[in-house]
Design a protein around this ligand. Structure first.
Ligand SMILES: [Zn+2]
Length: 284
């Protein structure tokens, strides 16, 4: 999207407890873990860096993996930026579905939020409240006749993610295009991978949802919070936040261990146990 370079990407299985690991096959297989301490540059996209090796625009793939419940995966790529594809998380979801999902024999470890955590910057904010599941509510207020004030809220299950959130595409306006190109950004952007707005309409419609914009912001948030390295048990509320604020929340949670605890869910542990091989009954 931003660099405009060609990239090949492959998803591979990883053992329990691995998390998501990016692997640069063009740099001898150098690995960069998808975790908050590797967050490098955050402006119009989220980038990771480790020992000078960059992995750029991670949010849509990480949202897809979190959204459909993938905890462990290796992501091989042969360049510095993930592909933008159609501007949504949908093509990544389809990749995983085609490959299939294997349930691993270890209970998932969650990050259970213990008390409300909040970050505020003027009228932007993000908060996470304690809860027994992972839900997100996002609000935006864009000065555009098609957008304005929108709020979207969802309980984050794989079904809801695939149907309501994954297809929502990134967006940008023709008014901002020149400034972004001057910054060396959006070299790979086209009407095939981005909703393009002019002053009062969408020039490459139709939209996939009337409120596709706020749904895409939620997708970005889910992808950025995936850098916690664990699935959240908490209720996330965000208003006009962005990648910088999303990743600031990740840094805050990873820094302050008193804000959360590791937890497993009883019914999942039970399911995992029932997957285990059972000794065959011995006939007398
Ligand atoms: Zn995005």
């Amino acid at each position: 999207m931003h660099s405009g370079v060609k990239v090949g990407l492959r998803l591979l299985p990883a053992p329990p407890g691995s998390g998501v690991i990016f692997r640069r096959t063009d740099l001898g297989g150098f690995e960069v873990e998808a975790i908050g301490r590797n967050v490098a540059r955050v402006s119009y996209a989220t980038s990771l860096m480790k020992k000078g090796v960059l992995i750029s625009t991670t949010e849509h793939l990480l949202a897809a993996l979190m959204g459909i419940g993938i905890d462990n995966a290796i992501v091989e790529l042969d360049n510095l930026e993930l592909p933008i594809l159609d501007g949504s998380a949908q093509p990544f979801v389809e990749m995983v579905r085609r490959a299939g999902i294997r349930k691993q024999r270890r209970a998932r470890t969650y990050m259970r939020i213990r008390r409300t955590v909040e970050l505020r910057d003027g009228n932007k904010f993000i908060a996470i409240h304690p809860a027994d599941s992972y839900s997100v509510s996002y609000s935006i207020n864009f000065p555009h006749p098609l957008i304005g004030a929108e709020t979207y809220a969802a309980e984050l299950t794989p079904e809801v993610f695939q149907r309501e959130i994954a297809p929502a595409r990134t967006f940008g306006s023709l008014q901002d295009e020149r400034a972004m190109r001057d910054m060396g950004l959006i070299r790979g952007v086209s009407a095939e991978n981005c909703i393009v707005l002019n002053r009062d309409s969408v020039i490459n419609g139709p939209l996939r949802y009337p409120d596709e914009f706020v749904r895409h912001k939620m997708l970005d948030l889910i992808g950025d919070l995936a850098l916690l390295g664990r699935r959240i048990l908490g209720r996330v509320v965000a208003d006009r936040a962005g990648h910088a604020m999303h990743t600031a929340m990740v840094a805050l949670l990873l820094r302050d261990r008193s804000l959360w605890e590791e937890a497993t869910l009883d019914d999942e542990a039970g399911q995992m146990r029932s997957d285990m091989p059972v000794a065959a009954p011995t006939l007398a």
